[in-house]
Design a protein around this ligand. Structure first.
Ligand SMILES: Cc1cc2nc3c(=O)[nH]c(=O)nc-3n(C[C@H](O)[C@H](O)[C@H](O)COP(=O)(O)OP(=O)(O)OC[C@H]3O[C@@H](n4cnc5c(N)ncnc54)[C@H](O)[C@@H]3O)c2cc1C
Ligand SMILES: NC(=O)c1ccc[n+]([C@@H]2O[C@H](COP(=O)([O-])OP(=O)(O)OC[C@H]3O[C@@H](n4cnc5c(N)ncnc54)[C@H](OP(=O)(O)O)[C@@H]3O)[C@@H](O)[C@H]2O)c1
Ligand SMILES: Cc1cc2nc3c(=O)[nH]c(=O)nc-3n(C[C@H](O)[C@H](O)[C@H](O)COP(=O)(O)O)c2cc1C
Ligand SMILES: *[C@@H]1O[C@H](CO)[C@@H](O)[C@H](O)[C@H]1NC(C)=O
Ligand SMILES: *[C@@H]1O[C@H](CO)[C@@H](O)[C@H](O)[C@H]1NC(C)=O
Ligand SMILES: CC(=O)N[C@H]1CO[C@H](CO)[C@@H](O)[C@@H]1O
Length: 679
């Protein structure tokens, strides 16, 4: 018996905003939300029709906006850009946004579809070691491997690329830059220089500046009627997308966390677990890896994957959907002014005339309590984007608060936004509590204020040869002081640390949806090849898997090549994780040499790269013998320093100059003999 009451009957309340620079900011309110709920279709029935939206007369103008995103930023830009375009050209130009994996999945499709396009705008994020996002992987591989000899086959295409990245990474916006370059090689016409969105500053500002430049070009191509472009500074009425909220009676049964059973992906009759269809697994075992003397924490967790069909390979990554801490959930409910036990379901109202509902993601399944919804689905701690502040401003009942929120999002408030949100890492909850007059309706909160909580990735620290039924990970706790001087606890690391293992309490054991993401971080096919591994801190994780695999090979009679490992931590007495296991691998001859750099034991810091220098000749011996070089862990500091050290070692040991050493490293990378798993 579910009797229901609709609170927000209209899922689309127009809110009139007077914006200082209308064109610049219009798009912000349409910022869209991370890849969200499951919406995949069975793999085999997936079709990529050449034209799924027939152009009525074949004459109407069309812009295709393609994106590759991991956490939703690039998708948000794509949606905002498209939305602005629809308004800008009074709906006379069709703007279609498509994720690259929905666009196609193989050479023929990409080729046929791109040939038909006239205007394509790309929004592409970069990850890992300058790699594409999962959804852009097939496209990127195809485009980068396509022979240059193909010539100017894309000469009908005009395009622009905006890259999303963070300039502190070595390969800043690499995917955007590469796609831009490749398209040009094939004769496509670049409308504007590739945009470089830098997360280290305010990326939204880069996006806004870049798209203004692009509009001026697009106006010439698309706007037949207005020769004067819309004047900045004019007022726009904008609407904030929202879900319809259906409130249920107390006592209604809650749906279990459900990643859309009906949309399970199958390949050759096997269940495929992925972001749309993760596998709920129990925490089987958990233990602290640091000693009591450490003031930090690193948790070893084992997920039970027996009888699930979930499989993995040594070197893969595990995605974990963790839940928010109780404290944050309670605070969020309070800020929303709603009780935790409120039972509701979100809907997209398709009865109401609503052009914006297309940009809303499928809502999470209901009925759920507000407590469960906030715990599972809401990202409460990420610093809010400017677009979110624009929405909050629309719901402020105190004039001063509204004015301050508007100022923070205005072009004049760039510095203030940077100081207030970015530099001080202010969480969404902290921002909301700074503006107590803001009361956001639930349908708006889940649609556009709180992004969907994303899974976190972990390097798998076991090998299926040794541990087929359990996936191991090692997670460093993120703990700090927040902008409001409260304790900041990372979502996933806190959840993992507090998880209840079935070994200890079968009845109350913790469950999390997980899936395995295939990586390219792999041991040499030939086990006799020498390997050199560098993995300080949690960077040790995949190497524990490597060593387990080597141990299994050795036990089955395989002859192993030499393997050396450089590990680093603060001190032997605090955070020398898996110390006993590593020593045991040495004893068994699975690991030929273990070098550990303790950074806080002596008077001077010692890092893995110092240990590498001390063993330069051994390192070069192995590598020049066809050996493999592996680095795992921190991308921003460690991996760069280790890279430089490798170049130095090659120069010194091989008596070559800097550019020759770089050529040697490049060669190793091309041959897959220099692999990095960095984050
Ligand atoms: C491919 C890959 C492999 C990885 N492998 C591992 C692994 O093997 N082991 C491991 O431990 N991690 C690994 N990570 C990192 C891991 O995915 C998570 O990022 C990490 O566990 C933190 O997640 P969290 O949810 O606990 O923190 P989050 O809730 O995501 O918080 C972290 C964020 O909070 C911000 N922050 C930090 N301090 C504060 C503060 N005081 N106030 C406000 N904000 C703050 C930081 O800017 C950071 O962006 C890997 C990441 C990737 C991409
Ligand atoms: N979430 C992410 O994506 C991410 C990415 C990278 C790092 N982190 C941070 O890293 C921590 C993870 O801890 P962890 O156990 O992996 O590592 P860790 O314990 O912080 O570091 C391991 C060892 O590496 C040393 N080190 C620091 N800078 C180095 C450099 N440039 N080159 C070589 N060695 C260096 C450290 O020394 P000193 O500390 O003594 O200098 C320590 O001895 C978390 O607290 C998290 O905040 C997070
Ligand atoms: C684990 C990790 C690795 C990253 N690697 C890179 C990189 O190699 N180069 C770069 O320019 N940006 C890198 N970034 C930054 C992201 O590309 C940037 O935050 C981007 O805005 C994310 O877009 P998305 O939300 O659409 O996925 C990395 C970010 C993370 C979290
Ligand atoms: C970009 O990298 C810097 C430097 O490591 C980091 O402080 C910052 O948080 C990153 N930005 C984002 C949004 O992740
Ligand atoms: C499980 O949790 C309940 C409630 O907290 C508790 O009463 C019970 O003892 C727990 N079970 C075990 C086996 O510890
Ligand atoms: C997903 C969704 O709800 N789509 C609807 C958006 O609005 C139009 C116009 O009312 C409907 O036809 C769609 O079904």
């Amino acid at each position: 018996m579910v009797s229901t009451m609709v609170v927000h009957g209209v899922n689309f309340s127009p809110v009139f905003l007077l914006l200082g620079a209308g064109v610049l900011l219009l798009s912000l309110a349409f910022f869209l939300w991370p890849k969200s709920t499951p919406n995949s279709v069975p793999a085999e029935s997936k079709k990529y029709p050449l034209e799924d939206e027939p152009d009525d007369d074949g004459m109407s103008k069309k812009v295709t906006v393609l994106f590759g995103t991991q956490t939703g930023t690039a998708e948000g830009y794509a949606q905002a850009f498209a939305e602005e375009g629809r308004t800008r050209y009074n709906g006379e130009v069709t703007f279609k946004t498509v994720a690259l994996d929905k666009y196609g999945d193989e050479a023929d499709i990409f080729e046929a579809k791109l040939k038909e396009e006239q205007l394509v705008i790309f929004y592409l994020a970069t990850y890992g070691d300058g790699e594409p996002t999962d959804d852009a992987a097939d496209f990127y591989k195809w485009l980068t491997e396509l022979s240059d000899d193909k010539g100017a086959w894309l000469s009908n295409l005009q395009y622009a690329v905006f890259g999303c990245g963070n300039s502190t990474y070595e390969h800043f916006c690499k995917v955007g830059k590469v796609v831009d370059e490749r398209l040009s090689i094939f004769g496509a016409q670049r409308l504007v220089e590739v945009g470089l969105g830098d997360d280290d500053h305010v990326q939204e500002d880069d996006f806004n500046a870049w798209k203004e430049g692009l509009w001026s070009h697009l106006d010439k191509l698309l706007d037949s009627k207005i020769d004067v472009p819309p004047t900045p500074g004019s007022a726009y009425s904008i609407a904030i997308p929202e879900y319809k909220v259906e409130i249920h009676e107390q006592g209604t049964e809650m749906v279990q966390r459900d990643f859309s059973k009906s949309f399970k992906s199958f390949k050759r009759n096997r269940v495929i677990y992925d972001a749309h269809n993760p596998c709920k697994c129990f925490v089987a075992a958990r233990r602290e890896l640091h000693t009591e003397l450490s003031d930090r924490s690193c948790t070893h967790v084992e997920f039970d994957i027996s009888n699930t069909g979930l499989t993995y390979e040594t070197g893969d990554h595990l995605a974990v959907y963790a839940e928010n801490h109780k404290e944050y959930v309670e605070e969020a409910a309070q800020l929303l002014g709603q009780p935790l036990d409120l039972m509701f379901t979100l809907h997209i109202d398709d009865k109401v005339e609503n052009p914006k509902n297309a940009s809303l993601h499928a809502p999470f399944p209901g009925p759920v309590t507000l407590e469960a919804a906030l715990r599972r689905y809401a990202d409460l701690l990420s610093p809010p984007k400017k677009s979110v502040l624009t929405v909050l401003a629309a719901y402020a009942s105190v004039k001063e608060e509204e004015a301050r929120l508007r100022m923070l999002t205005s072009p004049f408030g760039k510095e203030e936004y940077n100081d207030y949100v970015v530099k001080s890492k202010r969480t969404l909850l902290e921002v909301m509590s700074d503006f107590p007059s803001v009361r956001v309706p639930l349908g708006v909160f889940f649609a556009v204020v709180s992004p969907r909580l994303q899974p976190r990735f972990y390097s798998i620290s076991s090998s299926p040869k040794f541990s087929p039924d359990r996936i191991h990970i090692s997670c460093a706790l993120v703990l700090g002081t927040s902008a409001s001087e409260k304790v900041f606890r990372g979502v996933s690391s806190t959840w993992l640390k507090g998880s209840i293992p079935a070994e200890e309490d079968q009845e109350n054991a913790s469950l999390a949806p997980i899936y395995v993401r295939t990586s390219t971080f792999r041991l040499p096919v030939d086990p006799k090849k020498p390997i050199v591994m560098v993995g300080p801190g949690t960077g040790l994780a995949p190497f524990r898997g490597f060593l387990q695999e080597r141990a299994a090979l050795k036990d089955s009679g395989v002859t192993l090549g030499p393997a050396i490992l450089f590990f680093g931590c603060r001190s032997r007495k605090q955070d020398f994780i898996y110390e006993e296991e590593l020593n045991d691998f040495v004893k068994r001859g699975v690991l030929s040499d273990l070098s550990v750099a303790f950074s806080r034991e002596g008077t001077t810091k010692e890092y893995v790269q110092n240990k590498m220098m001390q063993q330069a000749s051994a390192v070069w011996d192995h590598l020049s013998n066809g050996g493999y070089f592996y680095v795992c862990g921190d991308a921003k500091g460690m991996a760069k320093d280790v890279h430089r050290t490798l170049l130095t070692i090659i120069q010194e040991q091989d008596y070559v100059d800097g550019s020759k050493a770089e050529a040697i490293v490049k060669q190793m990378q091309n041959e897959g003999r220099y692999q990095r798993d960095v984050w």
